[in-house]
Design a protein around this ligand. Structure first.
Ligand code: AMP
Ligand code: MG
Length: 492
């Protein structure tokens, strides 16, 4: 049983509205995350039929008090004063086994006062995609919302065409976004704004409460978490796709997996999302966009800060500028790990820059490159005279001469770095299996036909991302030319 609490309901009402889910025709359980449920304190597993009732919203779990949360947001740079949970409901919070308060939310549970023109529903495809990608992120240690359950509704959802519907149950440190602050700020509701900020400090950044100016300290703490988060995304080739301020969590978790994708061939300009016409959220734009989002966050906090006028703007601006150095520091650390170098190595940055050029020009698959590099490192530390992994690595590029020259330099740096000690960190920085776009698509196509076996197989693989078995490597293979996914869709 989950023990629900409702701290968010102590916040002033414009920030939330009580709302019931709309029942669905025929709920059936697709997946339930037993390990996560145990972390949330669920001792015994109810039967599938009960779970399907609970996590479709047909019959709520005991103690749930569903509410839709209000938020605003800059969507592709344009401010929308009212967005809010148009198809999601917060059931309540559960304090987990580690004492951390977690939100439990239904997504796709029907219309709410924030639905605008939408139907409040979610097609099966985006539910499965979010389940797979968020659980992968958790497995590789990237801060993220989690997937607790997926339930098929037995009802069609009409988008481009009719598709099966589903409800995802998501668990987050909180669902409070930069857009939640914008929602209070645009109403000039200083009481709601202060209550929200104090709630976030108490919940996520308790140390900020003791600072000279807690709201400046809050801005600094959120900036730190976003910098670390985006650096981690980039180290895996992750492109969020919709980095609107309403999809920017103040707890620093990856949230709202829409048209997200992991890039295959390395390309800094890469965009997958069909709705990102201006290429605003391209791979290499992500740090700059996060910083822009944080500037919007800072604007909402200014009225709460101690100083006034130019002084406070200057203080906040300094913190936002600090994003760059914090991001770079985290990136340096991650790059050193990915290359099997010592964290303090000054060779990591130039070597990574040169490797990125090799990957781009040689049309190399990013994940396969770092996996092969890790295997080659293992081979080097074993000190054998045959080097099949080096050949495997060179086979990934269309420009083997360039890569061979890069490898010579890297090997030099590696020797200085005592690489054998770093293999473990290197492996953990370089997953074998990622949820590749074409695999996700295959899973969705099969599930749409009623076959969920490929979903479960892929889920097992992406939640064991460092598994080097042959089966894992089969799912890890990059898309062939004909399998390549060129565009991803929100599908909302
Ligand atoms: P998203 O692109 O999923 O981050 O959603 C942006 C906004 O659109 C949020 O306010 C969502 O609640 C709302 N929204 C997305 N899909 C639907 C839907 N099917 N019905 C109602 N609201 C939706
Ligand atoms: Mg969103």
């Amino acid at each position: 049983m989950l023990t629900f609490e409702h701290q968010f309901a102590t916040l002033p009402e414009p920030l939330w509205v009580a709302c019931q889910p709309t029942p669905v025709a025929q709920p059936s359980l697709i997946a339930f995350n037993d390990a996560l449920a145990a972390q949330l304190g669920m001792q015994t597993r109810p039967d599938d039929a009960t779970l399907a009732q609970w996590f479709s919203g047909n019959q709520l779990p005991p103690g749930a008090e569903p509410k839709a949360l209000g938020y605003a947001g800059h969507q592709f740079g344009n401010f929308v004063p009212q967005l809010g949970d148009g198809r999601a409901l917060l059931l309540g919070e559960v304090v987990d086994q580690q004492g951390i308060r977690r939100d439990v939310q239904l997504k796709g549970s029907g219309r709410t006062p924030f639905s605008r023109g939408g139907d409040g529903r979610s097609p099966l495809g985006p539910v499965l995609r979010e389940y797979l990608v968020s659980e992968f992120m958790a497995a590789v240690g990237v801060p993220t919302t989690r997937a607790l359950a997926a339930v098929a509704t037995g009802e069609p959802v009409v988008r481009q065409m009719a598709e099966p519907g589903a409800v995802l149950t998501r668990v987050a440190s909180s669902h409070i976004r930069v857009g939640t602050f914008q929602f209070a700020a645009v109403r000039r509701d200083e009481e709601a704004l202060k209550a929200l900020a104090d709630h976030v400090i108490a919940r996520h950044y308790p140390e900020a409460a003791n600072a000279e100016d807690p709201y400046l300290a809050l801005l600094e703490a959120v900036t730190e978490r976003q910098a670390v988060l985006v650096a981690r995304w980039m180290s895996l080739g992750f492109i969020h796709g919709v980095m609107n301020t309403d999809n920017c969590s103040v707890a620093g978790e990856t949230i709202d997996y829409g048209p997200c994708a992991f890039m295959e061939q390395f390309d800094p300009e890469k965009v997958y999302s069909s709705i990102d016409q201006g290429r605003r959220y391209a791979f290499s734009n992500q740090p700059g966009i996060a910083q822009w989002n944080l500037a919007r966050f800072a604007e909402t906090l200014l009225p709460l800060m101690r100083e006034e006028g130019d002084a406070v703007v200057e203080q906040a601006t300094d913190i936002i500028r600090g994003f760059t150095s914090r991001f770079s520091a985290e990136q340096r650390r991650l790059h050193a790990n990915k290359l099997g170098l010592a964290p303090e190595s000054d060779r990591a940055a130039p070597l990574m820059e040169a490797l990125e050029i090799q990957m781009h020009q040689g049309r190399m698959d990013m994940t396969a490159t770092f996996d092969a590099l890790t295997r080659y490192t293992k081979e080097l530390s074993a000190d054998t005279s045959v080097q099949p992994q080096k050949d495997a690595l060179l086979a990934l590029t269309t420009q083997p001469d360039g890569l061979a020259a890069w490898l010579a330099e890297w090997e030099n740096a590696q020797q200085a770095s005592q690489q054998s000690k770093r293999l473990e960190a290197m492996r953990r920085a370089n997953p074998v299996v990622i949820p590749r776009n074409h695999r996700i698509q295959e899973v969705i196509e099969a599930a749409t036909e009623g076959n969920f076996a490929p979903f479960h197989t892929l889920l097992a693989a992406v939640t064991q991302p460092f598994d080097e078995s042959e089966e894992a490597r089969r799912l890890a293979a990059p898309a062939t030319e004909s399998e390549q996914v060129l565009r991803t869709f929100c599908g909302t």
